[in-house]
Design a protein around this ligand. Structure first.
Ligand code: NAD
Length: 384
């Protein structure tokens, strides 16, 4: 599979290295970046050709798939252009910075029939896969509660290094959209369909940024389960990322992408109280906790899924619909933090979006979106 990389900054480079690690199945043939020098440099390192624009790449017909590594609020334009040209696309997380832009990508994907996925590499970590299996096979019982906790430290220079990292939700948001989205995506993937969210956000440890560096939030799921989200880039020196899922027959804890704890009651076993019987079974499932390996190794697992999906015609593990659901939850967090009220999320046109408040006549929630448009109804944006 010949890949073109759009956006040759930090993640563009990680993708180039990952693609190169899959030699025989994948290669980088084209690079594009708003700074041509970065595209040229990456192309030189990986034996590809640097192009002045994505349009030039598509016209030259030198790629089968496009990887979108531009700033988060610039994903849709590149993804739509690639999909309309019949190319498969892998989009860096988040799918976009708004559901309205994300809907354009979904419409173009429907129009093109090509395979599209969004990076959520931690879904492929051995620990995440083990917990998902435990939940799907009922080993944890009824899921009751969960936690996504992301306690990181980003120095001021991180925000100063690129405008999009500090300039607001439309460009990619703060810690919820940019860092914690990995763990939010895991919790939503593991726990079910989100229904209502609440959030509070703050900017506490960084200057001249229009995004939050701390957030406390909750998610209520359709199945009644509750999750807490704690996210910050203001936790010096940066301690851990954690995902907990608890149920009536078991619990799982992923810490720093490894399985730190798993306990599932034996089948048909009367539940004892807490105590020695609730021993940690993690090592029986994953002897080393499921070391996810380097960034490259972790991302390569998602590439293998993407390539297999293209080869077999099955959907990728991370579909646009699922990435859109995670985006809708984060957007709803921002709405809730701004208004001080809970925000509903639900389906519109086959896509999960945040919904306006329950109307007082009891007719149910009405749709809302960043631009007042109906995200589910976007046209493909492809020339007919
Ligand atoms: N999956 C992960 O773990 C992970 C980690 C970091 C970043 N990301 C995501 O990757 C994306 C890029 O992040 P980054 O840290 O590499 O950012 P970055 O600022 O280092 O790089 C972005 C690059 O895109 C280029 N660019 C900007 N607008 C463009 C356009 N319209 N067309 C072509 N090129 C353009 C810039 O010149 C820059 O080289 C973001 O969406 C971010 O959320 C994902």
């Amino acid at each position: 599979m010949r890949f073109g990389i759009v956006g040759c900054g930090g993640m563009g480079r990680v993708h180039a290295t990952t693609i190169a690690s899959l030699a025989g199945r994948a290669e980088v043939t084209a690079t594009v970046s708003s700074r041509f020098a970065s595209a040229r440099e990456l192309a030189r390192e990986y034996g590809a050709t640097a192009f002045p624009s994505l349009e030039a790449v598509l016209a030259a017909d030198v790629v089968d798939a496009v990887v979108v590594c531009t700033p988060s609020g610039r994903h849709a334009d590149a993804a739509v252009a690639a999909l309309c040209a019949g190319k498969h696309v892998m989009i860096e997380k988040p799918l976009e910075a708004s559901s309205v832009a994300a809907a354009r990508v979904r419409a173009a994907a429907r129009h093109s029939g090509a395979t599209a996925t969004v990076v959520s590499q931690h879904r492929f970590d051995p620990a995440s896969v083990a917990v998902k299996r435990a939940i799907d096979t009922g080993r944890l019982g009824r899921i009751t509660s969960g936690l996504a906790s992301v306690a990181l430290w980003r120095p001021q220079e991180y925000y100063d290094s690129a405008v999009w990292r500090r300039s607001g939700v439309a460009d990619g948001g703060g810690v919820l959209m940019n860092q914690a989205i990995h763990q939010i995506d895991l919790v939503v993937w593991l726990m079910g369909r989100p229904a209502t969210v609440s959030a509070d956000t703050a900017t506490l440890a960084h200057e001249a940024i229009d995004v939050e560096d701390a957030a406390a939030a909750t998610i209520r799921f359709d199945n009644g389960a509750l999750a807490t989200v704690h996210a910050t880039t203001a936790a010096y020196p940066g301690t851990s990322t954690r995902v907990h899922v608890h149920g009536t027959r078991g619990s799982a804890i992923i810490e720093r992408d490894r399985l730190a704890y798993l306990h599932a009651a034996p089948e048909a076993h009367a539940l004892p109280g807490e105590g020695p019987l609730a021993r940690n079974q993690a090592a029986e499932v994953l002897p080393d906790g499921g070391d996810p390996g380097s960034n490259i190794v972790a991302l390569a697992r998602q590439y293998v899924d993407f390539l297999d999906a293209i080869d077999t015609g099955r959907p990728p593990v991370v579909t646009l619909a699922e990435a859109g659901r995670t985006l809708a939850v984060v957007e709803a967090f921002y709405d809730s933090a701004r208004t001080g009220r809970p925000v509903h999320v639900g389906d519109s046109g086959g896509m999960m979006i945040r919904l306006a408040e329950q109307n007082p006549q009891g007719a149910g929630p009405s749709t809302a979106s960043a631009a007042g448009a109906e995200p589910g109804s976007a046209s493909s944006g492809c020339a007919q």
